[in-house]
Design a binder for this molecule. Structure first.
Ligand code: SF4
Length: 269
């Protein structure tokens, strides 16, 4: 698609998810490479671990409460494993048998940690991996909600995280994702009373519904959508240099980002 000929965001992208918005805020050029040019963005080990564990949890949550046991989770992991093993991004890692075993252990360790954090038989699951497509302040929002559960005083939305819990200064940014989910669930008549980030490395981050935080998150999403629209109509996506350039999959297409990564971490081969 010729961006310059497009008059609106919707002609270029159909939805704006929290992760897409976050990529844009991080670096508009990276966003363009990924969401407009569709350059490959292969998943590394952490993202593939996240995919594997989320799939196990999704299937586990769909079982009846009495079946949500450690043994059932193991069976699910075995059933799902071929999906991961056949994923081109996993194959591209070129792991040998030992590396593959270590990967599976890492995934299972996260599941063991999950079972230490909560008893899934006690969770009153309303929905798992719920796809939400709603209008938020005129922005076509898309989100996949890991889990919504009934709690004593209403509903709680939970997002599972397989990485490390963030430092306090990054917490608001992480919470904005679940605040957006709260807004989207309200739009489909499932208003929540609490939000939860569940870091399977051992930490819950819980908040009661905070209308001001929800409003801020929706406003920020709207402003990101507007900025994307400006970039599209100007056909101009500026680069934003920073430490993340070193982990950006597009440094080969971004001379400034490559120079930044080399300045920080030394020359590449
Ligand atoms: S290398 Fe850095 S500046 Fe270039 S696209 Fe990636 S994040 Fe943006």
């Amino acid at each position: 698609m010729n961006i310059a000929e497009s008059s609106s965001n919707e002609q270029v992208i159909r939805h704006l998810s929290p992760s897409s918005a976050s990529t844009f805020r991080q670096c508009p050029r990276r966003w363009k490479f990924r969401y407009i040019d569709h350059l490959p963005d292969p998943k590394g080990v952490p993202a593939l671990l996240g995919t594997f564990v989320h799939r196990i949890l999704e299937e586990l949550m769909l079982l009846s409460a009495s079946e949500r046991t450690n043994q059932f989770a193991r069976n699910i992991a075995r059933e799902i494993w071929p999906e991961i093993a056949d994923d081109p991004d996993f194959k591209a890692l070129l792991l040998d048998d030992e590396g593959t075993r270590a990967f599976r252990w890492q995934a299972w360790n996260l599941m063991e940690s999950y079972f230490e954090m909560e008893d899934p038989q006690q969770v009153d699951v309303l929905a798992a991996e719920q796809r939400l497509e709603v209008d938020l302040m005129g922005v076509p929002f898309l989100g996949i909600v890991d889990r919504t559960e009934r709690i004593e005083n209403g509903l709680r939305v939970t997002d599972f995280k397989t990485g490390k819990a963030p430092q306090n200064r990054y917490l608001d940014d992480k919470l904005s994702q679940v605040w957006l989910y709260a807004a989207a669930l309200k739009a489909v008549d499932q208003p929540v009373s609490e939000v939860r980030l569940m870091y399977l490395t051992g930490k819950f981050i819980d908040r009661k519904l905070d209308d001001a935080a929800v409003e801020n998150a929706v406003n920020r999403h709207f402003l990101t959508w507007k900025s994307i629209g400006n970039c599209i109509s100007d056909s101009r996506f500026d680069y934003k240099l920073g430490p993340l350039c070193n982990w950006c999959p597009y440094t080969d297409s971004c001379p400034q980002g490559l120079a930044e990564a080399e300045r920080r971490y030394g020359p590449r081969f």
